[in-house]
Design a protein around this ligand. Structure first.
Ligand code: UGA
Length: 462
């Protein structure tokens, strides 16, 4: 099929490249012409594993083209995907102006009966409003607008697109639904379920799915805090509850709170939709507050447990909101670093990919291109992103370079006992300190939950 994609961000590029791999002819337009020029030479403006290589290969085969003319891009398309940004507004709603402006731009050049698909995350009812807007502009109602929400995660975007748990297609007429079912046949033929529903349900599914996943994270973070106060071990508790198939293990990793371009924005928009429609989403309202507070609380813990209230140096490892991306939007680092700075702490920061993006949003930070250099002279090292590079850190070398000895492992990457063996004091999330675990290992072969370690409990209660 002939496909046009409007908006060359994570979702747009992944959609374009994956559809080009499936024998479609894909053209991509973006309002940013310098972005398009780079893309045409196979250079991606974002870091996403595998995407650059796949883009180059699709360009070479001629299956993918970038075009700076929106008319040229859409005029012969059978399907046009809108994958432009829907950034958050200050009051929690989302800004739909890019969607509206893209719809206005494509309305006239579209050939009759083209299917327009909104893949951007939009509030319920948007597809119908966009269909009206296009119909008014064309003075004809031949264009249908479908919802096809995306469930891909940054860092594994292509794999998620090509091997999804499900495909959701929201269409308000059978022809549109059939065209999209045909487009996704290469994936559904492999046994992936395509749920065909209305545009409104599809829009609601996207928000409800993200809100539910974010709730799982908020829940496990609360349980981790309880473990800290009761000397439990969150790893074992999460394992135990996740073995129930109704709960499952995914999204039960505790951490510094969720971030990124989706969960924070989508939970706020979902809560706002609930309020506006007389159905307050109380769990989500609480979750939003808990997730915001979590970062401030972790910053206080660093200051208290690291004896840093009077200032000092701290190495922050990890600026991206999660591993395998250079995206820093709403990342825990952006909230925690300013808290430390306010207390007079000098921050030395490292990230394998995200320094360039973080630089624009943080000031007075020493940027280091090596985690060991960041740790040099630091009283404490704080791990905020679960990069593999950090899992492989040589603890002895880290300990030698630091002036203090506390390792705040807010992604639970390390074995506390191993950290202690290298002379570092371990502070993880929801788990006992190294000393107690080692005591336990020698007594019980490491199979039981560790007994209360007063110093660890004191740190977490501070
Ligand atoms: C999320 C969803 O997972 C995708 O399904 C969805 O398509 C996407 O939003 C979107 O709406 O576009 P993404 O934001 O890329 O994807 O990242 P996730 O892997 O979901 O992580 C989100 C945040 O939760 C990160 O800060 C991550 O560190 C945190 N997280 C995730 C945890 O703290 N614990 C977990 O167990 C999982």
């Amino acid at each position: 099929m002939k496909i046009a994609v409007i908006g060359a961000g994570y979702v747009g590029l992944t959609t374009a490249v994956c559809l080009a791999q499936q024998d479609n002819a894909v053209r991509v337009y973006d309002i940013d012409s310098s972005r398009l020029e780079k893309l045409a030479t196979g250079k991606l403006p974002i870091f996403e594993p595998g995407l650059e290589k796949a883009t180059r290969s699709a360009l070479m085969r001629g299956a993918l083209k970038f075009s700076s003319s929106v008319e040229e891009c859409v005029r012969s398309a059978d399907i046009v995907f809108l994958t432009v940004g829907t950034p958050p507004l200050a009051d929690g709603q989302i800004d739909l102006s890019f969607i509206r402006s893209a719809a206005r731009q494509i309305a006239l050049p579209l050939k009759p009966a083209t299917v327009v698909v909104i893949k951007s995350t939009v509030t319920a009812g948007t597809c119908r409003k966009i269909a009206d807007l296009i119909a008014r502009k064309r003075k004809a109602a031949d264009i249908t607008v479908a919802s096809n929400p995306e469930f891909l995660r940054e860092g594994s975007a292509m794999a998620d697109f090509l091997n999804p748990d499900r495909i959701v297609v929201g269409a308000d007429d059978p022809r549109t639904a059939a065209i999209l079912a045909k487009l996704y046949r290469p994936i559904t033929l492999r046994g992936v379920r395509l749920l065909s529903t209305s545009t409104r349900n599809a829009e609601l599914i996207k928000y409800a799915a993200n809100a539910f996943l974010a709730l799982k994270i908020g829940f496990i973070n609360d349980v981790a805090e309880l473990c800290e106060h009761m000397d439990g071990d969150i790893a074992e508790v999460a394992e135990g509850i996740g073995l129930d198939k109704r709960i499952g293990h995914s999204f039960l990793a505790p951490g510094p709170g969720f971030g990124g371009s989706c969960f924070p924005k989508d939970t706020r928009a979902f809560a706002m939709t609930g309020r506006q429609n007389g159905a307050p989403q109380r769990l989500i309202e609480t979750l939003i507050a808990q997730n915001d507070e979590r970062k401030a609380r972790l910053a206080s813990r660093i200051l208290n447990a690291g004896s840093l209230s009077g200032g000092g140096k701290v190495a922050v490892l990890g600026l991206a909101f999660k591993a395998n991306t250079d995206d820093v939007r709403e990342s825990p680092a952006l909230a925690i670093i300013p808290h430390l700075q306010k207390a007079g702490v000098r921050v030395r920061a490292h990230d394998p990919k995200a320094i360039a993006n973080a630089r624009d949003l943080l000031s007075d930070v020493d940027w280091l291109d090596c985690p060991y250099e960041a740790a040099r002279g630091a009283q404490a090292v704080v791990i905020l992103t679960e990069w593999d590079d950090y899992r492989c850190l040589q603890l002895r070398r880290l300990a030698r370079l630091m002036s203090g000895s506390t390792l705040f492992d807010f992604r639970n990457l390390f074995d506390p006992a191993e950290v202690a063996e290298h002379g570092l004091r371990y502070v993880g999330i929801g788990r006992p300190a190294a000393a107690s675990r080692r005591r336990l290992k020698s007594r019980a072969g490491g199979h039981m939950v560790a007994p209360l370690d007063k110093s660890a409990a004191a740190i977490w209660q501070s």
